[in-house]
Ligand binder design. Structure first.
Ligand code: ADE
Ligand code: ZN
Ligand code: ZN
Length: 256
């Protein structure tokens, strides 16, 4: 009986521990974006999100993973293609990927003939997916499921390379999402504009290139901790910052 109880605990842990740019990462991105919206975008969002913040809705797409009704959206959270190649040249998944997901969300929110429920659903998905796009291991490699099957230790506890980037690194700061967002939201207008340049096709390649470097940084069984956090602090913060400013840009354009 003891063994069985253990299984009931273990199975959901294994299922839900996968594939989340953890809540903190998504909320940081949402919170930064919130500060850089146009008046028009703010008004549209207020209506479609019933007054909820971008940080609050940013984790919706992960929450619905617990409901099988939404299993068709799983493939939207990431894209895998060989390192050293480009998304546009890659073989596409028949289930869709983060790029087709983002494009579909933009189309669905833009179309005012859709119901508020449909537009709101796709808006919440969009907020999440722009965040995932900036988690380098979500623009990754298929063989190891974006690092999910590369087991490593994080400060002596079992983890994997994907999870290190989804949550271990971020959580190691011991800061709330608002504290992190405040810390990262200090760029000049010119610097923000520079970050907001390009398209989701450019941004996915950026993540994909960072991901190649991450694969070189650790191998199965490695013990990661302070040194790894220090090495990647700048990359991690840069990706969160980019995700925030670019989410604002995508939403401002969408509601222009
Ligand atoms: N499952 C397969 N590939 C994945 C990836 N890159 N990120 C998250 N989950 C995945
Ligand atoms: Zn993830
Ligand atoms: Zn996700």
């Amino acid at each position: 009986m003891k063994n069985l109880a253990f299984l009931f605990l273990l199975v959901p842990t294994l299922i839900f521990s996968n594939t989340f740019w953890g809540k903190t990462g998504h909320r940081v991105t949402g919170h930064i974006a919130q500060n850089h919206l146009t008046g028009k975008a703010k008004r549209a969002l207020k209506d479609l999100l019933d007054g909820h913040s971008l940080a609050y809705v940013s984790t919706f797409a992960d929450e619905i993973k617990a409901d099988r009704k939404y299993s068709g959206y799983f493939a939207w959270h990431f894209v895998n293609y060989p390192l050293g190649t480009r998304y546009e040249d890659s073989e596409k998944s028949k289930y869709g990927d983060i790029i087709t997901g983002i494009e579909e969300c933009i189309r669905m929110v833009k179309n005012k003939e859709n119901s508020k429920k449909t537009r709101s659903f796709h808006l919440k998905m969009l907020v999440h997916l722009i965040g995932d796009l900036h988690q380098p291991m979500h623009a990754s490699r298929a063989e190891d499921k974006g690092g999910n099957s590369i087991q490593v230790q994080w400060f002596g506890e079992g983890s994997n390379l994907h999870r290190v980037w989804d949550k271990n690194l971020i959580e190691s700061y011991g800061m709330t999402y608002t504290e992190l967002a405040t810390e990262l939201d200090h760029l000049s207008r010119k610097e923000r504009k520079k970050i907001q340049e390009g398209t989701i096709y450019d941004w996915v390649e950026e993540s994909h290139e960072i991901c190649a470097d991450i694969y070189d940084s650790a191998k199965t069984g490695d013990k990661l901790g302070y040194q790894y956090g220090y090495q990647y602090n700048e990359v991690l913060f840069q990706q969160l910052q980019r995700g925030g400013f670019r989410l604002a840009k995508v939403l401002n354009d969408l509601f222009d």
